[in-house]
Design a protein around this ligand. Structure first.
Ligand code: ADE
Ligand code: ZN
Length: 346
């Protein structure tokens, strides 16, 4: 017999919102920073992983992108990140946000970045059976023109597993302003790419940012989206349209100080019947993993076994892989659920 917490940790999972750099393991992050002489904001792990808000965290995040320099650093990080996530939370599929603009600033080109990451992820898929796709993230600190050029790079170098456009960081004013990138999204969509956007995450964001992502950018999915709750009309619409929300519980606790309890915005989105999956966002920085997101955050939201299975399946519904892969994942999840249901203490 197993407890509900063990059940939640062992449940098969698909993760849709995971920034590649944040799959670095803490010891490797600190060792690589030392090797390359990269100044992290602090070398005290307690402070390195402690932030006032998103803007404060992004300082550490940008520094961490600088420790991944050689193809071997990138490929090994990719492979080891999958192995760790399988051990910590029974990961079966994951989508990675990769921000090439951070790397281009240091002379690492688009294909130089993508090739080794893909090598590592394909090796992990072969060895561990964990499928994946890559979402290219627009750096919101940079211009709308640079975002269009980024999509042009994607179209020049198509990869079968690089399937979508997203965004990260914040605008120079510290806002989300997703609509700034309308031209880049239109170009991506014309060429059949899927789309997502970080929206409705920060203190200054609003439900309007979520609406703009949906209506101006035409996204297929929303990353975060918590502010949607401030507009009941929009809540009704996204429930009706089954818009996928890739939420990240522990990150909201670290960056916004929201307690992980039944009144949390994500818990309320789930109770409102929205299409919610959960992810780590930035595991290394928020000292989380997918097992913890389920066994601690979902547990403390008051989610039971049936609710957790629905959230795990929402990770497949909202994924950007093809229907055949989704069907295989659903079959694997269902088999895993059956075994765990039989073991769950009554
Ligand atoms: N970069 C990494 N994590 C992020 C987040 N949650 N929001 C914006 N940019 C990010
Ligand atoms: Zn994110």
């Amino acid at each position: 017999m197993i407890t509900l917490r063990d059940y939640l940790r062992l449940l098969p999972k698909a993760e849709l919102h995971c920034h590649f750099v944040s799959t670095l393991e803490p010891a490797r992050l600190i060792a690589l920073a030392d090797q390359y002489g990269v100044a992290l904001p602090t070398t005290d792990p307690d402070e390195l992983f402690d932030y006032d808000d998103l803007a404060d965290f992004l300082v550490a995040f940008r520094a961490a992108t600088d420790v991944l320099r050689s193809p071997a650093d990138l490929a090994q990080t990719a492979y080891d990140g999958v192995r760790a996530a399988v051990a910590a939370g029974n990961l079966l599929y994951r989508e990675y946000g990769v921000n090439p603009q951070y790397f281009a600033q240091r002379g690492i080109g688009y294909t130089e970045l993508l090739d080794p990451i893909r090598d590592g992820l394909r090796a992990a898929e072969r060895d561990l059976g964990v499928g994946y796709r890559i979402v290219i993230a627009i750096n919101r600190r940079e211009s709308a023109r640079a975002a269009v050029e980024l999509v042009e790079r994607m179209l020049e170098h198509p990869y079968p597993d690089v399937v979508a456009l997203g965004q990260d960081d914040l605008t120079p004013k510290g806002t989300e302003d997703p609509g700034r990138f309308a031209e880049a999204y239109a170009l991506a969509k014309r060429h059949g790419l899927k789309t997502t956007a970080h929206a409705g995450e920060t203190e200054t964001a609003s439900a309007e940012d979520v609406r703009v992502a949906l209506d101006v950018l035409g996204v297929d999915r929303i990353d975060h989206g918590y502010r949607v709750l401030d507009d009941p009309g929009l809540v009704a619409r996204v429930r009706e349209e089954r818009v996928p929300f890739a939420t990240t519980p522990v990150s909201t606790n670290v960056l916004s100080g929201w307690p992980l309890d039944p009144d949390h915005r994500i818990a309320r989105m789930i109770r409102a019947g929205l299409n919610v999956s959960v992810s780590t966002d930035d595991g290394v920085f928020f000292r989380t993993d997918l097992g913890r997101e389920y066994a601690e955050a979902l547990h403390d939201f008051g989610i039971d076994a049936e609710g957790a299975k629905a959230i795990a399946l929402a990770g497949i519904d909202g994924a950007f892989c093809d229907e055949d892969e989704k069907a295989r994942l659903r079959a694997d999840f269902t088999a895993g659920f059956l075994a765990l249901d039989a073991a769950l203490a009554p």
